[in-house]
Design a protein around this ligand. Sequence first.
Ligand SMILES: NC(=O)c1ccc[n+]([C@@H]2O[C@H](COP(=O)([O-])OP(=O)(O)OC[C@H]3O[C@@H](n4cnc5c(N)ncnc54)[C@H](OP(=O)(O)O)[C@@H]3O)[C@@H](O)[C@H]2O)c1
Length: 463
Amino acid sequence: MYRDPIQSLEALLEQPPAAAMRPLRVGMIGIGTVGAGTFRVLARNQAEIAGRAGRSIKMVVVCARSLARAMGVVGKEVALTNDPMQVATHPEVDVLVEAAGGTGPARDWVLAAIRAGKHVITANKALLAEHGNEIFAAARQHGVAVAYEGAVAVSIPIVKALREGLTANRIEWVAGIINGTTNFILSKMRDEGVGFAEALAQAQALGYAEADPTFDIEGLDAAHKISLLAANAFGMPVRFADAQVEGITALQGLDVACAEQLGFRIKLLGVAKRRKDGDAEGVELRVQPALVPATHLLAHVNGSMNAVMVKGDASGVTMYYGAGAGSEQTASAVIADLVDVARLQGIPAAQRVPHLGFHPEAVDEQLAVLPRAAVHTRHYLRVPVHSAQQIEAVGAWLAAQHVPVQRVELACDKALPKGSEPHVLVLTDAVAQATVDLAVHALAAHPAVAGPVVALRVELLEG
Ligand SMILES: NC(=O)c1ccc[n+]([C@@H]2O[C@H](COP(=O)([O-])OP(=O)(O)OC[C@H]3O[C@@H](n4cnc5c(N)ncnc54)[C@H](OP(=O)(O)O)[C@@H]3O)[C@@H](O)[C@H]2O)c1
């Protein structure tokens, strides 16, 4: 469309200069790790942030349980309250930052803020995984934004990458290490040869794991995040309830060592993959400990770091790496969302970046999560046997059960505890989970087999 340059300039000059624009007024619930980091970074970098946002961003009210502690962080300039609803509906607040966590009350505060016409920013992945569809629908109805970059792999702008940077692509898959606690534990198990319980205790002692680490080690936290990424990648609602979730509590040090022998490392992966082949049409949405080739970039993401890979049909594979937790690391994402909200002034709701990357009418309500049985991957099997001679019998038996065996070998002495029976290690080609489940079940009854068979997925994550 032709635009008269003189008229455009005139229109621009009519806009208020950045300095004259009213500050974006923020109310925040919770001033713990994320809240305090957000306040600190906002104060420290206020000039740069205002320069980018086109206006200043000002914290006007904070809700905390301990007002004395909160005042120690925010000083006397910011109003304080014990009542979260007061912040959510405060007449002088333009945007609510929910930094308290939890799902029940947080849902009520966020919905109240939306109904009061406020934008909302949260890093609370549990809240959005469970109530995101309801929250995004309410936000659309009221013409406000809900932003959540901090909810997934905090310092990595992966939501922005999917919603904005990769919009040309049909996304084929998203996969990554999106829980720092479990990655720290798995790194310890591999590097120091310790078992899960000891690695967890070390993670707790160093502050990498909560006193109650259930959400992390059972894979739920990663499932919250991969559900949000899948929605943004494929144009589907948030389907956390349908995700297949397996944590690392049952993972044995023996399998970490056997994977190493085969040239792999075990990582807790979140995987969202679009499938349209044969009788399977839908999305694989899963979290599980999986073998990754030791030469793969993801295998070298250690300690509490996160990394996400995205395969787009045009971009090919891209990878994003950074801290998955931390006070200022999360603040970096929360403030980026604040800047986006500050820039919204004058932009009609329909023209904004949609909450889940796709405009509501383009979200495919029918796009479902495939059942576990239909998931199609390579597998690693560890089969304890009475005698090393039975290695061939195991391979033949699996082949007879329609498991496409690719490689069979004995676990070497270095991988096994002293006095252990022999273990046959098997790598398969891609095969449906249903076939593997049947074969493992049948193998358990085989006379050559001396104990429980372990099956883990293998992910090559190739372009
Ligand atoms: N920490 C991270 O690295 C990180 C990274 C990404 C996302 N997140 C998410 O960010 C959110 C906050 O996490 P966080 O690590 O900052 O937690 P946190 O350190 O425990 O801080 C939460 C704060 O909220 C306060 N709070 C809770 N309920 C409240 C209520 N009803 N009224 C007033 N204050 C209330 C708590 O007060 P008390 O201290 O009195 O309990 C606490 O100060 C969570 O959803 C988390 O999943 C955190």
